[in-house]
Design a protein around this ligand. Structure first.
Ligand SMILES: Cc1cc2nc3c(=O)[nH]c(=O)nc-3n(C[C@H](O)[C@H](O)[C@H](O)COP(=O)(O)OP(=O)(O)OC[C@H]3O[C@@H](n4cnc5c(N)ncnc54)[C@H](O)[C@@H]3O)c2cc1C
Length: 287
């Protein structure tokens, strides 16, 4: 299949990209790694008269520490994140989740900004962003704005970005001492999207008691879903980890599709939350 005809634009700066997007409105769309967008165009599931290719906007790629945050440009390839020793040391959950995205060919082109802006509910990065409390740098002709991960994801494939806005960068807090992290997922084959997945961060105090917990399920609902009841149980110190896992399904309206039933997804959510919480807790207590 071939996409419907479109006009191709290749800006070299953020300002130029924003000017193009604001002049086209909802007739224009950013193109990043193309790993999700190009198949949609080729199958004619979507069409935009103007494509704004971000691949020459070098200012949008790169990984740098800014104070106690790691700032990652939206056009940074997933492969660059996977290979970064700084990310491995300072944002270990992001490093651990990255190799689970598709295959290396996809990660060589796919970008962090593309994955977040695409907001596939089965994607790893949106869940990592929610678990770690990422910040999103967004820019348009109106100027920059910053939103939290909790505001960014609205629904399946839908974010708070307007057609004129560009996601420029995302930042994550650097790891705090005595915090453990884990990512777990179930997929039919390695490289497939997760049927059910979980990212988890647990912080403990000097006596090993849980002080903070963030658990996000992905692949189960229309948006990455915080397992708040499990987090509360961990913080309260009540219940063993099986109870913490079972609480993950409280209030969860899991999706039912050709890949897996809602009941299967609920069940696996409880199993994976128990497993991830155990691993994160062990790592946190090891220090
Ligand atoms: C076979 C296969 C398996 C895959 N498996 C997984 C998987 O297991 N897990 C996973 O998470 N992903 C998976 N993916 C998707 C992959 O991670 C993509 O890289 C990602 O979803 C989109 O990133 P991209 O850079 O390719 O963006 P594109 O496909 O170029 O763009 C995606 C969307 O984001 C918008 N966009 C991109 N960048 C910006 C920006 N800076 N500002 C505003 N809007 C922007 C585009 O307009 C478009 O709507 C898979 C893809 C394939 C083909």
């Amino acid at each position: 299949m071939k996409p419907a005809p479109f006009d191709y634009h290749a800006p070299e700066s953020v300002d130029e990209a924003i000017d193009l997007l604001s002049s086209f409105g909802d007739e224009g769309k950013a193109l990043a790694g193309g790993q999700s967008f190009v198949p949609l165009l080729a199958m004619r599931l979507t069409h935009f008269p103007h494509l704004v290719d971000l691949n020459r906007v070098s200012a949008m790629a790169g990984i740098e520490r800014v104070g106690d945050r790691m700032r990652i440009g939206a056009m940074t390839r997933q492969a660059a994140i996977e290979q970064s020793t700084e990310v491995a040391t300072l944002v270990p959950l992001l490093a651990a989740a990255t190799p689970l995205i598709g295959h290396f060919q996809i990660r060589n082109r796919g970008t962090i900004g593309g994955s977040l802006a695409h907001a596939d509910p089965a994607s790893e990065y949106p869940a990592v962003a929610l678990t770690l409390g990422a910040g999103f740098e967004i820019q348009s002709a109106e100027g920059p704005r910053r939103v939290a991960a909790t505001e960014f994801f609205r629904s399946r494939w839908t974010t708070c970005l307007s057609p004129e806005e560009l996601l420029v960068a995302v930042d994550f807090p650097v790891r705090s001492p005595a915090t453990g992290y884990a990512v777990e997922e179930v997929a039919r084959r390695p490289g497939d999207f997760a049927l059910v997945g979980v990212t988890c961060a647990i912080g403990v105090n000097e006596s090993g008691r849980v002080e903070d917990a963030a658990i996000t399920l992905f692949g189960v609902a229309d948006v990455p879903w915080r397992a708040a009841a499990s987090e509360d149980l961990l913080r309260s110190g009540e219940g063993d980890l099986d109870v913490v896992g079972r609480a993950a399904a409280e209030g969860l309206r899991s999706v039912d599709d050709v890949h897996a039933s809602a009941a299967y997804r609920r069940h696996m959510s409880t199993v994976l939350v128990t497993r991830a919480a155990r691993r994160a807790l062990e790592e946190a207590r090891r220090g």
